[in-house]
Design a protein around this ligand. Structure first.
Ligand code: CO8
Length: 260
């Protein structure tokens, strides 16, 4: 299927999704969100894809938020629909059975910061800037920002950045746990690929179960989360890949995981 606002590039089990609306700094309009939703659903059915990378086109911006020109023209019902659409797509990304890495190449503002936060891991260029500027537009973050930001950086700091709309540099974002690694601007994609390749070399069932355990456990009390972990652990323990991984270690060779 051809897409208008998204570029797909698949190689060696890694699917790179590039949000491609450079004239508006890759702002997310309804069409782009619909395209993203289709892509995410296709990934779930595609066994070849092991890791997904999401980035933005051009040198300047990852995603500069929801499309303000489109939002301005919407009535309250349409505005609600657009919020729900973005929330659903981002939740599908968060719950995807494959790891998703955000390669943040520039501005990640509003819906862009929220998209990055819905990914499992965030790698950023040293030039990246994060922020939730919505209250300056008379709205609040509506693609999960009021929920995911405090979970990543704490309630007080999340309120500070949402109320003031101050932008956060890559270094600050790293120091507060909003992102996981900062790399030189020109090496962002290369470094992100290295991380994707490292994940692919591990047991895919184990990686998947670890993602489920962390994601679902975060929404539970500790005792329930620990019980959930035991079930996810047992699934990984029952896999052929567990025998292969342990045999490979003992035989001092590289494991050949089969996702079985
Ligand atoms: N939407 C639409 N167009 C945009 C957006 C955007 N979010 N961001 C930038 N653009 C456009 C500009 O209007 C400009 O267009 P033109 O060339 O036609 O004038 C072009 O992109 C280039 O932008 P600038 O000239 O402003 O570039 P600068 O380098 O001067 O500034 C900034 C870069 C700082 C990123 C600046 O563009 C900016 O502040 N952008 C808006 C950031 C923002 O407020 N984002 C939050 C949007 S709200 C949101 O995301 C809510 C999510 C939940 C939505 C719920 C749905 C209803």
């Amino acid at each position: 299927m051809g897409y208008k606002n998204i570029i797909l590039d698949e190689k060696d089990g890694i699917l790179t999704i590039t949000i491609n609306r450079p004239k508006v700094l890759n702002a997310l309009n309804t069409d782009t969100l619909n395209e993203l939703e289709n892509v995410v659903r296709d990934i779930e059915r595609d066994k070849e894809i092991m890791v997904v990378i999401i980035t933005g086109s051009g040198e300047k911006s990852f995603v500069a938020g929801a499309d303000i020109a489109e939002m301005k023209s919407l009535n309250i019902h349409e505005g609600r629909n657009m919020t729900r659409l973005g929330q659903c797509v981002f939740q599908e990304i968060e719950n995807l059975s494959r790891p998703v890495i955000a390669a943040v190449n520039g501005y990640a503002l509003g819906g862009g910061c929220e998209l990055a936060m819905a990914c499992d891991i965030r790698i950023a260029s040293e030039k990246a800037k994060f922020g939730q500027p919505e209250v300056g537009l008379g709205i609040i973050p509506g693609y999960g920002g009021t929920q995911r930001l405090p979970r990543l950086i704490g309630k007080g700091r999340a309120k500070y950045y949402i109320f003031t709309t101050d932008m956060i540099t890559a270094e600050e974002a790293f120091n507060m746990g909003l992102i996981d690694k900062v790399v030189p601007h020109g090496k962002l994609y290369e470094e992100t690929l290295k991380i994707a390749e490292k994940i692919i070399s591990k047991g895919p069932i184990a990686v998947r179960m670890a993602k489920y355990a962390v994601n679902n456990g975060m929404n539970m009390d500790l005792a329930s989360g620990i019980a959930y972990e035991a079930e996810a652990y047992t699934t990984s323990f029952g896999s052929e890949d567990r025998i292969e991984g342990m045999s490979a270690f003992l035989e001092k060779r590289k494991a050949d995981f089969k996702d079985e």
